[in-house]
Design a binder for this molecule. Structure first.
Ligand code: SAM
Length: 371
């Protein structure tokens, strides 16, 4: 990994190579779907008001699609509203980092015949690139969306985060670490700059009057979506520092460049000048909400601790493993060490499940491209 602040071994303007592929993300993202389901009324509202008079192709694009199960389900929802409104051909685009595993997405789409959308009017494509760059032609998109993705920052704003593995710091309940105020501010600022860059890129791609729905995990005055899961990963990684498997210096430099925003932090770049995107969009709707987490509900119902611990750890392993692995020296034992860390997380959770309560807080804004 580069020693430069902001440098990562990943695609420019990204800080991860993506989720665990091979079907693992799709199989472990029921909680993310719950967070998407709660904003489907905003998808409907957007699809019902897209500016689709005229001729040519109508464009729908989802950024940060991962393996596609949730992304395709959102497109199906938007198409159910859109197709009765127009005879124009529709191009759906699923976009993620070039290093994302797109194979499951193509299989689910039903290559060639668009089985997933069951319409000869719909043509699908996948595009690799960072969502913080323009990825599609000017004025080619009518509806753009992103779900559970824009919290992954475009760059590492500090070189090391010695007291914890996430910029938001530990939960108040667990308190197993620290993040200085200065570092915290650097991440908060980066998160706003990222929204500014995202808005700028999408503003070029969207037609005037086009809609942009931005939804992501975050925090409110009560809880944050990092509480519990990152406390547990931090404890598991520290256990490997304790055994000497991970050097203290490696721990200092390792962090997940993910930031839990509040709704105010998400919307600020839409209106504030300093993020380069003010005036490009008008805010139509916002939402800050919490969803029930499927693995929590299941555990409450059946009390099966083994199953709970496996589901809980697989959930966060899907989106943290790539970054943890890249932070460790590339030794012959690295894959086994990664396995041991997540196995340790399962053990720690089973020993003290009440120590790591997890809640899913999410935020969203629906915007219209001005002009
Ligand atoms: C937690 S997954 C969300 C997947 C899907 N949208 C969902 O809600 O289930 C986050 C996705 O964002 C992608 N991602 C992270 N940084 C990105 C970037 N800079 N540009 C594009 N995609 C990015 C990751 O590769 C990953 O597939």
């Amino acid at each position: 990994m580069s020693k430069q602040t902001g440098g990562t071994p990943f695609t420019p303007h990204s800080t991860t190579s993506g989720m665990i592929g091979g079907g693992f993300y799709d199989a472990n993202s029921a909680a993310q779907w719950k967070a998407i389901e709660a904003v489907l009324p905003l998808v409907n509202k957007a699809a019902a008001s897209l500016p689709i008079e005229g001729t040519g192709t109508v464009g729908l694009a989802d950024f940060g699609c991962s393996e596609g199960r949730n992304s395709i389900a959102v497109m199906q929802q938007a198409l159910a509203i859109l197709l009765p409104r127009t005879k124009r051909p529709v191009q759906t685009v699923h976009s993620d980092l070039p290093s994302n595993d797109f194979s499951k997405l193509f299989l689910t789409l039903g290559a060639g015949r668009q089985k997933a959308f069951d319409s000869e009017q719909v043509f699908s494509a996948a595009v690799g690139g960072s969502m913080f760059d323009q990825l599609l032609p000017d004025s080619s998109v009518h509806l753009a969306t992103t779900f559970n993705a824009i919290g992954f920052l475009s760059r590492r704003p500090v070189d090391s985060l010695p007291g914890y593995i996430l910029p938001n710091g530990p939960s108040t309940a667990r308190g197993n670490g620290y993040v200085s105020e200065e570092d915290r501010n650097a991440f908060a600022d980066q998160a706003k700059r990222d929204v500014g860059a995202f808005l700028k890129a999408r503003s070029r791609e969207l037609v005037p009057g086009g809609k942009l729905l931005v939804q992501v995990f975050g925090g409110n005055e009560d809880a944050r979506t990092c509480d519990g899961i990152y406390d547990l990963l931090n404890d598991a990684v520290l256990a490997s520092v304790g055994t000497g498997d991970i050097a203290a210096e490696t721990y200092d430099r390792y962090y997940q460049a993910v930031y839990m925003r509040t709704l105010a932090e998400l919307t600020a770049p839409v209106t504030k000048d300093r993020y380069g995107a003010s005036g490009l969009f008008q805010i139509e709707d916002t939402k800050s909400y919490e969803v029930a987490v499927p693995f929590n509900e299941r555990y409450a119902a059946d009390g099966d601790l083994d199953r709970y611990a496996t589901d809980y750890v697989n959930f966060f392993r899907a989106f943290t493993e790539a970054v943890l692995k890249a932070a460790l020296p590339a030794t012959a034992d690295r894959d086994r060490l990664v396995d041991r860390i997540y196995d340790r997380a399962v053990e720690l959770l089973k020993a003290n499940p009440e120590r790591y309560p997890f809640r899913y807080i999410a935020i969203a804004m629906l915007l219209t491209r001005t002009g």
